[in-house]
Design a protein around this ligand. Structure first.
Ligand code: N1C
Length: 248
């Protein structure tokens, strides 16, 4: 029985594909606001949806490659003006709250980021359907799953395209505000262009003391990754949420 169970649609350890995945993608695309950073070659949502689906449908959910997403990315490559990009790690909601009223841009504000935000998806070899039972988990099943590769490809493009000052919001309540294994740590920071300035904000949760600081070992590691690439670094720590968001 165990063998049957593990060979079926239930065999992965991550959440299954989001119900109505295709419909959600289509709706989000149709309703996506036409703003300055949303320029993309195609505004054809039908085409974008098809490129998204064909990236992973019928394929082994543990064998995702960058190439699988190439067509999709090419259809909707964003161009964000200098000084407007906000990156984050473990602080998505806070970063978005900071970015929005300031006219700054997180990856979820770009077309492809907004389509995929909070969704899960994977297929099954030989099947035209999404697997709604389970999808591979990064740790327990495989790193080269379609969700992880998607965010890696998109995040790399986003970081590479950044110019001027880029901001990153980090969780100062964690022991290691900078984590080399996170997407920010392994994909974005190492792909910033020389001459860019990275401004880091270490923000701690309400009611929690700060545990990491600009002089701690995790940030020192970030500094060394950046200095090898000639990226300038500015760091502010010991900020409460309210201070950071400009509410005192
Ligand atoms: O691994 P992380 O954070 O450091 O990734 C965050 C980093 C941001 O700066 C974004 O630009 O990478 C980008 N990014 C997303 O925009 C994004 N939206 C949703 C990376 N991952 C994203 N997700 C999902 O959250 C995705 O499933 C990924 O694995 C998590 C990463 O969250 P994290 O560990 O807090």
């Amino acid at each position: 029985i165990y063998k049957w169970y593990r060979s079926g649609l239930n065999r992965w350890h991550g959440l299954g594909s989001t119900a109505d995945f295709q419909k959600i993608i289509q709706e989000r695309c149709d309703n996506y606001p036409q703003q300055i950073w949303s320029y993309s070659r195609s505004r054809n949502c039908q085409e974008i949806k098809q490129a998204f689906m064909s990236a992973f449908i019928s394929k082994d959910p543990c064998k995702a490659t960058k190439e699988d997403y190439r067509r999709l990315i090419d259809l909707a490559d964003p161009t964000v003006p200098c000084n407007k990009i906000v990156l984050w790690s473990k602080t998505k909601e806070l970063a978005r709250e900071y970015a929005k009223p300031r006219g700054l841009v997180t990856l979820e504000d770009t077309l492809l980021g907004s389509l995929a935000d909070d969704l899960h998806w994977c297929g099954e070899p030989g099947s035209p359907d999404l697997n709604t039972w389970s999808c591979p988990d990064w740790k327990k099943d495989c790193r080269t799953n379609y969700l992880t590769v998607f965010w890696e490809v998109l995040s790399k493009r986003f970081a590479e395209s950044a110019c001027g000052t880029v901001q990153v919001v980090l969780d100062g309540s964690l022991e290691n505000a900078f984590n080399e294994m996170s997407i920010f740590g392994r994909v974005e920071a190492p792909n910033l262009k020389p001459m860019v300035t990275l401004q880091a904000w270490l923000v701690h949760d309400p009611g929690k003391p700060p545990r990491d600081s600009c002089s701690g070992s995790s940030i020192t590691k970030l500094k060394s990754i950046l200095s090898e690439r000639n990226v300038r670094f500015i760091c502010r720590d010991n900020l409460s949420r309210d201070e950071f968001l400009g509410r005192f």
